[in-house]
Write a protein that binds this ligand. Sequence first.
Ligand code: NAI
Length: 470
Amino acid sequence: MPDGSGTATGSDRGAREFDVVVLGAGSGGYACALRAAQLGLSVALVEKDKLGGTCLHVGCIPTKALLHAAEVADSARHAERFGVRASLEGVDMAGVNAYQDGVVSRLFKGLEGLVRSRGITVVEGHGRLVGPRTVEVDGTAYVGRHVVLASGSRSRSLPGLEVDGTRVLSSEHALHLDRVPESVVVLGGGVIGVEFASVWRSFGAEVTILEALPHLVPAEDEQSSRALERAFRKRGIRFHTGTRFESVKVTGSGVVVTVEGGATHEADLLLVAVGRGPVTDGLGYDEQGVAMDRGFVTTDERCRTSVSGVYAVGDIVPGLQLAHRGFAQGVFVAEDIAGLEPRPVAESSIPRVTYSEPEVASVGLTEAQAREQHGDAVSSLTYDLGGNGKSQILGTQGFVKLVRVEDGPVVGVHLVGSRVGELVGEAQLIVGWEAHPEDVAPFVHAHPTQDEALGEAHLALAGKPLHAHA
Ligand code: NAI
């Protein structure tokens, strides 16, 4: 059965058989392949581009590198605040791009080595599901006892809005600009929109965000959205919420964007960040009877599709489109196939972080969602970072907000402030383990850290606030 490891080009005809054939080597797919191989299963991993997929090459990693460069630019710009004499002379995009490429390529090499070391057969080429358990690549059939669909997502656009890669960009184009634009209109105030708005503002551009819904990062607790909006206003990032895009005209020098109602916004560039759609077209899923919904592959909580033996993980499955959800689902499926009977991935305690300045992080329910589920038996507490020593040292503003069911567990944690994404790990344990504030309050938090704010918030909710006014 096992076929030996290495790289296959898919050009030699005839079927090859594996325990698991994974279609797509992004976060979901490669995690599944690594875990399956670790559990002694033979694995073929089919990828038409590069191991690592969107997250590593054009998503999480390069964008967070850009955001770090943006933080460095801000530190230089505001150095005087800390008594340090420095000035921001400018941003050299060639240097920024070399830095982000360096980060990506080191991780890519590491991942290639890891996959090789586990004896996984990497099949380079475009795979298609041609039978219930068969993926075809360039005429060769790869037959699995199990097949895992992990073909990922791509940037979406709007009807009639052509992304030309020059003036009208997707996030992928925006990663590698050769200059800092003077001005940008960002269409969509979701995660991608606010992260790029944050980067470009730090690099010195004039930025305007257009968002159809009433708030930026509209999926977050409204208090977090409002705090981000306040911070962005202070940073000089313009935004128009409740504003729907109508059209864009590309001119010789830039773009003119018209919104519903007729107002126009001119800029050098337009970034389209209106969501990501699943990559499932033309891959044979439909033909093989895999149940789909608007292009997404529907699954049960064990990631099983409607076709026996075929699983789906990551962004093609409706839900949070996050790399860490993909990793978790991939690992889950490998363990399920190996018969370990793992627990399904709990979507409700997956942490979410938007890495703008300030960061917005959360896990669990927003206050509004908690009230929908639990009615009046919900209370919330907001601890302002103004009372936190480390936040003062960093010069950041924001808060920790806890949402709890009365006499019950903490069901939501919401964080705003520089670097608060790093606090979401503890928040996730609290929500995932259904801790009561009284359970968390006795834990001693290191001083001075922003983590203490989490501790303080739980102390307050448990009825014994420390650094809080009476
Ligand atoms: P998104 O769904 O977060 O935001 C898109 C925004 O565009 C929405 O707020 C929507 O209301 C707005 N919009 C849609 N049509 C519009 C119109 N006609 N006019 C004005 N506004 C309009 O999608 P986004 O930001 O493109 O991100 C895609 C996915 O990638 C998300 O699921 C996100 O979670 C994931 N991602 C996660 C990151 C992270 O975890 N830090 C970073 C980047 C992306």
